[in-house]
Write a protein that binds this ligand. Structure first.
Ligand code: ATP
Length: 293
């Protein structure tokens, strides 16, 4: 095998709670992760020269050492003393620095791709052990589907597939730094927390209504006062008939759940005309069974 093509899916958080700041500076989190059908295309091919080349269609991303796909390839190349180079080409669709773990998804796809391309024989668990060295969300991006993530995001428990829904993903034309959000969040002062157990019950019962009513992300307490356009996008989608709409991760991307594809399509078209977004997608959840397919 000389080349491989993978889909690196983005994630949303159906619930996101920050429990406490740890002494090492990280935060203990409790998140319900869900893959969605917005993905980057990741092509990996063997090349003659013994080096790692990364190409992307993004003007803002680093192509070399700062790219998480590069770091993933380098980690495996070093550990397994691989002396043949690779070229990795990324076609980005997941909003960059959007709260959808796009970098971690590309990293996970590269680990997976290199493992297959060079027949390294690493199991999913072994790939996840290596992934966590590159980012807290990488193990989840290797697993995919629906999962509870605890610790800094690396302790994973697979959950039942969600009910079917139409999902709008809307990124406002602003940049929010993850460091800014984590630097400002005060877990001890948060009035409201997501009902994580309730979300897990809604998944168990396949109730979209219940699930949508429980969506909650504590990071909004930091981002929305600073960037009111996030609230504007949420309200727009709710007024268009979404059952629920919240920000994903540290933002600024907002997602909304609909029980009717027709309503979702209409909301998509109206939001597109409203000039509130830079990237907009109408998609669905991706189950673990369809992940990496
Ligand atoms: P998270 O939800 O994990 O906090 P995010 O979705 O907010 O992440 P990403 O798109 O994953 O943000 O990227 C965060 C930063 O990682 C970017 O600003 C970029 O500089 C860096 N990065 C490195 N490699 C990549 C990549 N392949 N795709 C996107 N970002 C990358």
């Amino acid at each position: 095998m000389d080349k491989i093509q993978l889909k690196a899916y983005g994630k949303i958080n159906l619930g996101l709670d920050v429990l406490r700041k740890r002494s090492d500076g990280y935060h203990d989190l409790e998140m319900i992760m869900q893959s969605v059908g917005v993905y980057d295309d990741v092509f990996i091919e063997k090349i003659e020269e013994n080096k790692i080349v990364v190409k992307t269609d993004s003007l803002v991303l680093e192509n070399e050492k700062g790219n998480l796909a590069y770091m993933a390839a380098k980690l495996l190349q070093d550990e397994f003393e691989i002396h043949q180079g690779v070229q990795i080409t990324l076609y980005k669709r997941i909003p960059i620095a959007g709260g959808m773990a796009g970098g971690s998804a590309d990293c996970a796809a590269t680990l997976k791709g290199i493992n297959e391309l060079f027949s390294l024989g690493l199991s999913q668990e072994e790939l996840m052990e290596r992934g966590v060295k590159l980012g807290a969300d990488v193990p989840y991006c290797i697993l995919g589907g629906t999962a509870l993530a605890e610790g800094i995001g690396e302790k994973l428990t697979p959950l039942p597939n969600p009910p079917k829904a139409s999902v709008i993903i809307a990124k406002p034309p602003i940049s929010v730094s993850t460091a800014f959000v984590y630097g400002r969040i005060r877990p001890e002062q948060l009035g409201k927390h997501p009902d994580t157990k309730g979300i897990m019950e809604a998944l168990e019962q396949k109730s979209l209504k219940q699930l949508a009513s429980l969506l909650f992300n504590v990071m909004e307490t930091v981002t929305i006062p600073e960037y009111p356009i996030i609230e504007e996008v949420k309200q727009f989608l709710l007024a268009e008939g979404a059952l629920g709409a919240i920000m994903s991760g540290s933002g600024p991307t907002v997602f909304a759940l609909f029980d009717s594809e027709e309503k979702a399509r209409q909301a998509y078209e109206r939001l597109e005309s409203a000039n509130l977004t830079e990237q907009l997608y109408l998609t669905e959840f991706v189950d673990r069974e369809s992940y990496w397919k």
